[in-house]
Design a protein around this ligand. Structure first.
Ligand code: NAI
Length: 329
């Protein structure tokens, strides 16, 4: 089996080399992302392996089918970058539904604590021997209400951690879990109640037509003054311009963003020598109460191992048994 691996980063290789060698899979690593211009590189391969910012639209899918590629193996959970309707019946798509919900939930908490305790400011100050505390006042998480949108694998780990801090949880999910609501410290609510009642809101639902710009100007209007928005899910869940307006008007107290709507040409790359064209992102990053990481929440050793192991299992299952439990279509 030959696999064309797109958007390769150095941290991908050790775990994929290990698991592919165990199953006789030959991997060719390409640094470029998969898109209509690069799909031709998949010529002669049985499958392609892609990540969150590869473009797998109808044109790319048709090209891959023409080239005889049989499977698109996503090495991530979300599949909003794949035209699933077009893929169905033409090519199989497999994914890694869970590799470490802890990695993402813990990163969300890391961003939250950094932000509200001003650790990012304190770190820079103390390196300059500036030991002043002015401007570093934070607030306790204990007793605060956190709104969690999406109570799947990551959302639930996030809720557990928040409960450890003594926070109350308002949860919203299109498909509520039967065993989560305890009628007291963890309660399902309608979205509007969650927006109005939360001091902190963290997004853990997938991006789809229903959730696109779930947090927009109207939603922010319904929030408490000073709300902290955490997005470690997908950038387009949040209308970035509305968020920026909310920060400027002081309605939003802080934003913790591991994802950004227009991240695909920027994140994961060193752009430090370039002029940033995206004024919204530049302005967000310039704010003292905004923390941006570049889609890093998944990046733990544990998660990388799980991603490689599951992806290789998916491919072996698909080619050897003709089926795979992690098939999207
Ligand atoms: P999951 O599938 O276990 O949970 C998603 C939850 O969202 C489910 O409970 C589902 O019912 C709910 N949901 C679906 N549609 C909804 C809607 N319209 N409104 C409210 N809730 C809705 O997924 P998991 O593993 O918890 O991942 C959540 C998201 O995290 C993924 O979709 C992905 O976008 C993102 N993610 C981000 C990573 C990062 O590195 N920043 C890494 C991995 C995932």
């Amino acid at each position: 089996m030959r696999l064309a691996f797109f958007d390769t980063k150095p941290y991908d290789k050790p775990s994929f080399d290990k698991y592919s060698a165990q199953h006789g899979i030959e991997i060719k690593y390409f640094e470029t992302k998969l898109n209509a211009d690069t799909a031709e590189l998949a010529h002669g391969f049985d499958g392609v392996c892609v990540f969150v910012n590869d473009t797998v639209d109808a044109e790319v899918i048709d090209k891959l089918c023409e080239l005889g590629v049989k499977v698109i193996a996503l090495r991530c959970a979300g599949f909003n970058n794949v035209d699933i309707r077009h893929a169905r019946g033409r090519i199989s798509v497999v994914r890694v539904p869970a590799y470490s919900p802890y990695a993402v939930a813990e990163h969300a908490i890391a961003l939250l604590l950094t932000s509200i305790r001003r650790i990012h400011k304190a770190y820079i100050r103390s390196r300059d021997f500036n030991f002043s505390l002015s401007g570093l006042t934070g607030f306790d998480l204990h007793g605060k209400t956190v709104g969690v949108i999406g109570t799947g694998k990551i959302g639930r780990v996030f809720i557990d951690i928040c409960r450890g801090f003594g926070m109350n949880v308002l949860a919203y999910d299109k498909f509520p879990a039967a065993d989560l609501d305890n009628g007291d410290t963890v309660r399902y609510a309608e979205l509007d109640e969650l927006l109005a009642g939360s001091d902190i809101i963290s997004l853990h639902c997938p991006l789809n037509e229903e959730t696109y710009h779930l947090i927009d100007g109207d939603a922010l209007e319904k929030c408490k003054k000073g709300v902290v928005i955490i997005n470690t899910s997908r950038g387009a869940l949040v209308d970035a311009e509305a968020l920026l307006a909310g920060i400027k008007s002081r309605k939003v107290g802080a934003a913790c963003l591991d994802v950004y709507e227009e991240e695909s040409d920027l994140f994961f790359e060193d752009n430090s020598g370039h002029i940033l064209e995206d004024d919204t992102l530049a302005r967000l990053i310039s704010m003292p109460n905004v923390i941006v990481t570049s889609h890093q929440a998944f990046l733990t050793e544990d998660a990388l191992e799980n991603i490689a192991e599951t992806t290789v299992k998916n491919i072996v299952g698909f080619f050897e048994n003709g089926e795979c439990p992690n098939e999207v279509c």
